[in-house]
Design a protein around this ligand. Structure first.
Ligand SMILES: *Cc1c(COP(=O)(O)O)cnc(C)c1O
Length: 409
């Protein structure tokens, strides 16, 4: 008799976004006149830039002739694209070998799959609040106990709270952990770790032979050059850190799908030689994945070209100007706002100690604007609220105008 993977049953449900959808639908039904604006989701809205469209067209054209046609490529990605990424990192002072780079169909799948190369018995730590994929995939893999309604946490997982007091970057765990997920710039808080903060984690990881899984999906939103865009800017990180990144937020590839991971050969864990973890990820990818689309990889190459990079910088400035507009509006109301300087998310302390969901309802009812309750990203997100800077300028301006004129504080 077949049985299901019972760990799926532990998942506290895909509660957040379906619940936002449910409340939004109910509100729309009772207020058919309301034009709802969404500042809730982390999805890009502006079109791909000309150089990238050209790269994608080139990818399609190549499939049209027998001289340039290609079928399956290397599972770890085309040599061209890995070389271009190598050069991209080198321009920032990070030296990588091309076989330390693995192209994928996105940072979500990589951040979900990477845990599978580590021991079942690993003790896993997460920033709280965090992108839900890290916790959920470790639950599915059986590394957690049951979900605890009262605390909003899973037993046997280690939560590292991020709050105003620690500038939304967690203190080191006080117990020994094996895998550590860090995301900087952070979704949802918009906080960016400094070099000193990451150095502490790298030192901890080297001392305990732990592995840091560093999600840098928003690295291109960093404008402050003193802040690290890659964990490999930190001394010793190649011994203990895997970096995951994506073209999604960088170049608007959310629907196109392309990402990459870096597993340095120097990386070692308690029972491995240098190189083994890199080979395991290669094995995992070649077994479970058949490579990113060849058309899309031509698009990725175009992103990394001189024109592509400059166009993407403009695209990012557009979203960051949205972030500035949102921030200014919220601050003018006297609200406490974090993030939004080097990340496309604003993290707002709910006024009057409202819960995240209470504020969701209030914002929707009074301004017809949708945001994301902070508590959906982990218990430390309670009392906070995320607004996203991804949107068309006129919608952002309209939302901010409504918030500043209609929100009753
Ligand atoms: C959007 C996002 C990703 C992107 O994933 P893709 O699969 O590359 O689109 C990864 N990590 C975080 C934290 C994100 O917010």
């Amino acid at each position: 008799m077949a049985k299901v993977n019972e760990h799926y049953r532990k998942l506290s449900a895909g509660y957040l976004f379906p619940e936002i959808g449910r409340r939004t639908r109910l509100f729309q039904e009772s207020h058919p006149e309301a034009e709802i604006l969404r500042l809730g989701i982390g999805n890009t809205t502006e079109p791909l830039t000309p150089a990238i469209i050209e790269g994608l067209h080139d990818g399609v054209e190549r499939l049209a002739s027998v001289e340039t046609y290609s079928g399956y490529g290397d599972e770890q990605g085309s040599a061209d694209l890995r070389k271009a990424l190598q050069a991209f990192y080198a321009s920032r002072g990070v030296e990588l070998e091309t076989d330390e780079l693995f192209i994928s169909d996105g940072a979500k799948p990589d951040s979900a799959n990477i845990q599978s190369i580590f021991s079942q018995t690993s003790i896993v730590a997460f920033q709280d609040p965090a992108y839900p994929v890290y916790v959920d995939t470790n639950v599915i893999a059986g590394r957690s106990g049951e979900f605890n309604q009262e605390s909003g946490t899973y037993d046997n997982l280690v939560y590292l709270p991020c709050a105003k007091e620690n500038n939304f970057f967690p203190d080191l765990p006080d117990e020994r952990v094996d895998l550590l997920y860090l995301c900087s710039p952070n979704n949802p808080t918009g906080a960016v770790a400094t070099k000193q903060q990451l150095q502490k984690y790298v030192d901890y990881a080297r001392k305990h032979r732990a592995v840091i899984i560093f999600d840098a999906s928003y690295s291109e939103y960093i404008s402050d050059d003193t802040l690290p865009r890659s964990i490999y800017e930190i001394d010793g990180a190649k011994e203990c850190a895997i970096e995951i990144n994506s073209f999604s937020k960088f170049a608007g590839f959310t629907g196109v799908r392309l990402g990459w991971s870096i597993v340095p050969k120097e990386l070692v864990v308690e029972d491995s030689e240098p190189g083994e973890v890199n080979r395991l990820w290669f094995r995992r990818q070649t077994t479970f994945f058949n490579g990113a689309s060849n058309v899309v990889q031509r698009g990725g190459l175009a992103v990394l070209s001189k024109e592509g990079l400059s166009e993407c910088r403009q695209l990012i400035s557009y979203y960051m100007e949205n972030a500035r507009i949102i921030r200014e509006g919220l601050v003018s109301l006297g609200l406490s706002v974090f993030g939004g300087d080097n990340a496309p998310y604003l993290w707002l302390k709910t006024p009057g100690n409202m819960t995240s969901w209470e504020f969701f309802d209030k914002l929707l009812e009074e301004t017809w604007v949708i945001g994301t309750p902070g508590s959906g990203f982990g218990p430390a997100g309670e009392g906070y609220f995320r607004l996203s800077a991804f949107g068309h300028r006129e919608d952002i301006e309209e939302a901010v105008e409504r918030i500043t004129s209609r929100l009753k504080l």
